[in-house]
Structures are given as C-alpha cells and as structure tokens.
Write a protein that binds this ligand. Structure first.
Ligand code: ADP
Ligand code: MG
Length: 319
C-alpha cells in the first residue's frame, strides 16, 4: 500500500465526506466554529520506544495518542471536535498495523464525538513517529488556562495519581503484571466532561502528563503563586498502594511518574460546594490536595506536618 492507498483505504473512512475534511480529497480542511466559540488547539507527538513500548497494540497506540491530546483540551474546558494526524512510518509499520491503528481511532472517534480532519503520511525513519493535532471549542473567552490561581484557592486533582507510571512498569515486566494499571497507561481517560464543568468554577487548570508535582509547578509558575500540598491527601488507587506499600519514598516515585492524564486545578473556596456536585454528577473522585499561597514554589507536607524534600518532580526531554 502506498501513501495514497493508505489515505484512501485506512483514513478516508474516518473523515467526513463534506466539510471539514471533504473526504480527504482536498489539500485542507475547512472548519467553522459555532457562533460564540473560540477554537482551542493542541498537539502531542509520540515516538515508538520513547513514549510507548514498540510492542503495544496499534489500537492502543492510537487511543493513547488521541487521548493525550483530548486531555489537553480537557484542561482548557474545551469540547473536542476533530483532529489532524501526522504519521512518519517506521520499519515495523505495515498494513495490519495501520488497520489496527485505524480501528482504535474509529472507536475513540465514536466515544468522543469527533472526526478526522486531515493529516500527512511519510516514511523513511527507523522508528515510527506519530503526531496529532486536536481541535476543540469553548465559549468565547472562557478557556481555562494555567494562569488564574489565587492565594487561598483550593488545589484539587481528579481520579487517582501514579497508576499509569506503574502500568508502564508492569508492561515492561518490572513489576508483577497488573491489568488495571496497564489499562491506565494504555487507554487513559481524558477528563473532558470534568474540564467542561470546571468553566466558571476553576481559576486555573492543567492536565497531568509529566508527573503531578511537575505539572502543578507549571501551573504555579504561570499563575505567579505558591502552594502547600498535603502528601496524605493525594489520591492513590488500591492497586497502586498494593504495589508501592506504605513507605513514603515510593509514594514520591508515583508523583513523579507521568501519563496519568488527570486534571489538577484550583478552585476559590466560595465554589467548594460546586465541586461535590460535579464529582457526583460525573461519578469521578475529586480530591482537595492543598492550598494556593502567595509566593513561589511547591511545599509538600507529611501527616505530621513535616516538610517532605522532593528530588525528582517528573520527566523531561533534552535533560
Ligand atoms: P500534500 O501533498 O498537500 O501533503 P497529501 O497528498 O499528503 O497532501 O494529502 C492528501 C489528503 O489526505 C489531505 O486531505 C490530507 O489532509 C489527507 N491525509 C494525508 N495523510 C493523512 C493522515 N495520516 N491522516 C489523515 N489524513 C491524511
Ligand atoms: Mg496539498
């Protein structure tokens, strides 16, 4: 299958016949956001062997790539509408791989109500590189950002933290196999509904892709504030606790693991009641893990109100 065969048989069925994608028979897509909305755009790239193990099923690779982007849209409070896909095919990519990849995309397109707007397909590199640009919409001027946290705000986080990092270790046979943790790595749940309900409630938001403490630090820097974080309030799943046990140094390891795709956000205390309602409506735990303070930096406290030193907050490229 050449480039055009791939576009025709694999990707065309994922695109709309008319606008925005014009059956992928056009050079560009044309998208008109509904009146009174801003367009929200994000891109995430993944390299085989760096961001995912090469033996991950193509269905799951597709979902992870798409969901990582939808998580960014969730942090903005945006409703996803579509995406553009860049494929730089490596040596292991063949027709069967592409079919599996497209199946994963199709399932998630249906789950999230989005379609393929376009993309580009090339080959020549040894490892596969994938890049996806997602588009979403949000009422004009209302997009949540990392800026907007104020001293006195509650610092909150959704779901549970550290599962995905352990899931990757399970996939790499570093810990006993654990299907729950592996699923949290392979197919994270972007918190799209939560993000949308946080518009008008949250001051600032970020999604957790690099590690909880690293990403909260990004939010603090953007907002020009500090935070006190209570280690014992950070939500851990039963499965994660079974792996790490109680000792605190291993819990810190979890907080530096990335790929959870939960949301961290700040809420003025006046909106505390709204949080309980959102959590019940979405059937999603929301934990208050700290408080925003004036100043700079993140201070972590243990149960005895002792400061906990943090050496490694998360993953970074070009280290
Ligand atoms: P160009 O020559 O301008 O780069 P292409 O021939 O690469 O255009 O693309 C033709 C059409 O196919 C365009 O509509 C493009 O958006 C779409 N397309 C190409 N590759 C992909 C892909 N991987 N996923 C989705 N759409 C694609
Ligand atoms: Mg062209």
């Amino acid at each position: 299958m050449d480039e055009f065969g791939i576009i025709e048989t694999i990707f065309r069925p994922l695109a709309a016949k008319g606008a925005p994608a014009f059956n992928l028979e056009n050079d560009t897509a044309v998208y008109t956001p509904p009146k009174g909305h801003d367009l929200v755009l994000t891109k995430d790239a993944m390299i085989e062997g760096v961001h995912y193990p090469g033996n991950l099923k193509p269905e799951d690779i597709a979902k992870r790539l798409l969901r990582a982007n939808l998580s960014d849209l969730a942090a903005a409070g945006a409703k996803p509408v579509g995406y553009l896909l860049g494929i730089m095919a490596g040596a292991t990519m063949d027709a069967a791989w592409l079919k599996g990849f497209a199946k994963g995309l199709r399932e998630d397109q249906e789950k999230f109500g989005i379609s393929l707007f376009g993309g580009d397909t090339t080959s020549g590199s040894k490892t596969t590189c994938l890049s996806l640009t997602a588009l979403g919409i949000v009422p004009t001027g209302k997009a949540l950002t990392r800026k907007g946290a104020k001293p006195g705000d509650l610092l909150c986080v959704s779901g549970s933290i550290g599962d995905a990092g352990l899931g990757l270790q399970s996939l790499q046979d570093k810990i006993p196999a654990n299907p729950y943790l592996e699923a949290r790595f392979k197919t994270p749940d972007p918190r799209v509904a939560l993000g949308r309900s946080l518009i008008g409630v949250a001051g600032a938001a970020i999604d957790i892709s690099d590690g909880l403490l690293a990403d909260i630090t990004h939010l603090l820097v953007s907002s020009g504030v500090a935070a006190e974080v209570y280690l014992y309030e950070i939500p851990l799943s039963r499965e994660a606790l079974e792996v790490v046990g109680k000792p605190q140094d291993r819990i810190l390891e979890l907080l530096a693991g990335g790929d959870d795709y939960e949301l961290a956000f700040t809420v003025p205390k006046a909106h505390r009641m709204a949080l309980g309602k959102i959590s019940r409506t979405l059937d999603l735990p929301i934990s208050v893990i700290g408080e925003i303070k004036a100043g700079k930096g993140l201070t972590l406290f243990d149960k005895n109100n002792k400061k906990v030193a943090v050496k490694n907050t998360g993953y970074r490229h070009f280290k």
